[in-house]
Design a protein around this ligand. Structure first.
Ligand SMILES: Cc1ncc(COP(=O)(O)O)c(C=O)c1O
Length: 410
């Protein structure tokens, strides 16, 4: 056999800007773990590694489906009973112009398919800055240049309308809205949703409303009832929209990989696009099959776990906010939904160095703001406040000590 010299197989150059800071930090944590330290993980949005348990009736439904042999391929759009349950959920969200629903392997796949079905080379989709990094990763994968609009920290991280308007070009096809937001924990006001709808109408944009955290609203009335979430599609029934939802966060099963898309808006306007989505759904065969049998029991069965989840999250959010307010060099817009806080830090070096040194010296893992995108000249870090109060208090004491030792109390 002739011996040939092995040459490197290069990865596609369009992947150069694909970053996933949340997982990229794992290498630094591995160093620290290898030295025998325990790392406090305030970096991953997985409730199941903390004190949150999947409702048993949901687990039972998936297990039963497996036992009953629902282990082959499912229909590409999803099994009928799950689709019916998602239609019911859309109605509960106030979406009156429902055109289509489909099930995917997590909202991650909804994002992948819905963006791929929309954009051509040379076109773009507006994404928030800071954003959940999957959006920019998928756009990079598709060879689409980023066009990010600012969220305004001075306005509770609301989208900056003037910036959106400035960035819309004849090549802009859609806009991503993450509400409740990751990484800021902010909620869009009804007025903001209406204003974005108006821009979408004027410029013929498709709106991607990522509402994966819609049942994790932390604002509540005097009786402790959660403030209802306002779905974009309910405010703008005529505007072409795909609402993203899923089981990972609201039903505490991120490892099952179950998400969905709800298409709404003017029927004629969304028809061709929806057909494009279904072409891609068929090409990837189907979403996870037995887990789809848990969608109906989840959406239509008891929701008691959510009361407990929100109670814990409120307490942990309050502790986090109090710490931010009492710690020199730190300030934070109080989170109103999901389980993330995005404090600003006033330090003389990059937030990436801050985060890496924090892991090395205090064994606390948070994610740097630059991993999500932020206004130039500002520094932030993202906290996942899922751990219990004791763990959070220990982590915050470590961060405060690190700030004092490294930068002094400004
Ligand atoms: C805003 C947002 N969208 C989508 C996802 C992906 O969720 P899934 O587990 O359903 O793929 C996440 C996960 O953290 C998220 O924060």
């Amino acid at each position: 056999m002739p011996l040939t010299q092995t040459r490197e197989i290069a990865a596609a150059s369009r992947l150069e800007n694909v970053r996933y800071a949340i997982r990229d930090l794992a290498c630094v944590a591995d160093e620290v773990i290898a030295q025998g330290h325990k790392v406090l993980p305030l970096n991953v949005g997985d409730p199941n590694i903390f004190d949150f348990q999947t409702p048993p009736h949901i687990v039972e439904a998936a297990y039963k489906a497996m036992r009953e042999g629902k282990n082959g391929y499912a229909p590409s759009p999803g099994i009928p009973e799950a689709l019916e349950a998602i239609r019911g959920e859309a109605a509960r969200k106030g979406i009156s112009t429902l055109r289509d629903v489909f099930v995917t392997s997590g909202v991650s796949e909804t994002v992948d398919i819905c963006l791929a079905a929309l954009v051509n080379p040379g076109e773009d989709v507006l994404t928030p800055k800071p954003d959940y990094p999957l959006y920019s990763a998928v756009l990079c994968k598709l060879g689409i240049g980023l066009n990010a609009y600012d969220l305004n920290e001075d306005d509770g991280w609301q989208p900056e309308l003037a910036d959106i308007e400035r960035k819309i070009t004849p090549h802009t096809r859609g806009i991503v809205l993450i509400n409740p937001n990751n990484p800021t924990g902010s909620l869009c006001s009804r007025q903001m949703l209406e204003q974005i709808a108006e821009l979408a109408r004027r410029h013929n944009l498709l709106v991607f409303a990522d509402e994966i955290y819609d049942k994790l609203i932390l604002d509540c009335d005097a009786q402790g009832n959660a403030t209802p979430h306002i779905a974009f599609a309910s405010v703008a029934p005529d505007v072409p929209c795909v609402t993203f939802g899923g089981m990972s966060k609201n039903y505490l099963v991120p490892g099952w990989r179950i998400g969905w898309g709800i298409v709404s808006g003017d029927a004629a306007a969304v028809k061709a696009y929806t057909e494009g989505v279904h072409r891609l759904l068929r090409a990837r065969l189907c979403a996870n099959h037995p887990e789809q049998y848990a969608i109906k029991p989840a959406l239509e069965g008891p929701q008691d776990h959510l009361i407990e989840v929100r109670r814990k999250l409120r307490s942990r959010r309050d502790l986090t906010q109090k710490w931010c307010e009492s710690t020199p060099r730190v300030s934070c817009v109080s989170p109103r939904g999901a389980f993330y806080a995005f404090p600003r830090i006033d330090i003389p070096e990059s937030d990436e160095v801050f985060v890496k040194e924090l892991i090395r010296q205090k064994h606390v893992m948070v994610v740097h703001g630059s991993g999500f995108g932020q206004k130039p000249g500002t520094q932030h870090f993202r906290i996942v406040f899922l751990p219990d109060e004791q763990t959070l208090a220990k982590a915050y004491a470590g961060i405060a000590e690190f700030i004092r030792e490294r930068y002094g109390n400004a």
